[in-house]
Design a protein around this ligand. Sequence first.
Ligand SMILES: [Zn+2]
Length: 485
Amino acid sequence: MRIVCAVLAGGLALCAAGDDVQQRLVGRSLGETPMLADLHELCDGIGGRPTGSAACSRAVEWAAAKFRVAGADRVETETFTVPKLWLPEAAEAECTSPERFALRVAAAPHSESTAGTMEARVVDAGEGAPEAFAGLGSSARGAIALVMSKEMKSLDDLFAEYLKSGPMLEAARKAGVAALLLQSTRPHGLLYRHPLANANLPYSPPAAIVSREQAGRLARLAEHGEVRVRLRLANLTGGAYESRNVVAEITGRERPDEIVLLGAHLDSWDLGTGAEDNGANSVLVIDTLRGMKALGVKPRRTVRFVLFTGEEQGMFGSAGYVLRHAAEMDKHNAAVIFDIGTGRTTGFFLNGREDLRRPLEKSLAGVNGLVANENPIDGIDGTDNLDFLLSGVPNLVANQDALPYLPQYHAESDTVDRVNARELRANAAMASALVWWLAEDPERFGRRQSRDEVLKLLMDTKLDAQMKAFGQWEDFQAGKRGVGK
Ligand SMILES: [Zn+2]
């Protein structure tokens, strides 16, 4: 240990006791690196990359090549199964009566296609509550249900939008609607992919997000008489298929069989180019390996750098990784996931594990110039930590400022020009400092929990309710997700 005090390229003051290598990794990450050039290649060059698409496959090859050029000790692509295919092909809509005007729509992932072009009456289904559908009675049968929404302003609003899907779909099926038009929660005509179900659940009835302002016009017109809409949604659907994760390694110098994992998902939705979600953190993972190689440092344990796909379909890449590496789960000392764009990292979600708080604080004590002291106990279901949590592996999710990223979430506007380069560098510095420490510290970061402890944690954090809402609970019970100790 030694005392280091310096002002680094990013203008962040560092003054703390820490591991010399940790400081050097931070300094490198804050300076000039190829990370942003990588992000431009991935997002502008390859673009949106939904799992199952040719673009996703190209992204996998691109990332594997990046790891190889950076000098990884080992690079593999590993296959896993996604239960069902869904890719968008065409989405067209038009109001035909009482006035004719074009509607901007984006098909909702995991919804069915319409039977060619259909035309039907619009019925107002309020905000999509089951009572609203029930109140429509027989008028809903064969109609296009218009579901209105509040404007999304917070992460809680976004979660609420997801949580309402299950009951809404059930009510829509019961009411016999032909299709759903969901008012965009974002103004200025912005469209986004809004998955109505994960790939392990049945497809929903045909559904699309419609421009917020145009949905408002339809609803106002419907108050005065019949409104008719012509709709064509064509989606490519199919059964189970294989996708790939990219797994790169720096082999540990003393305990090569022990693993610290840094992960992010490489796949994205397609309307934008997946810059914030999650290209930025994919290039962060690549650059963390590159930084260690550039400085010629080798940690005590193996660091595994994993770029998952299948995340947007319901985290099937990380589920597949855990099943494939089940025999190694005891040796996974930690899994660290980044998935909230380029928002400032203020700490890490502890995912229900208070026992990780002190070791985490210790691991970042040497880089307190970066300030990462907001470490909430909350459990996260919605990114690639989940299957590590279910397997009892200590897992962290970067606690990033979500507000700048929210309007772009899964949207047309998720492009490279929205990325905050300064924050991305600081996040990369944080990732390399943390991962280095976790792989270097002679003490293990945290122990592996038993199945019973995991079950208690799921109840305590109320993750069980979220897993049930997202159709993950049954897969966990059936042994398709997570491996018990
Ligand atoms: Zn994401």
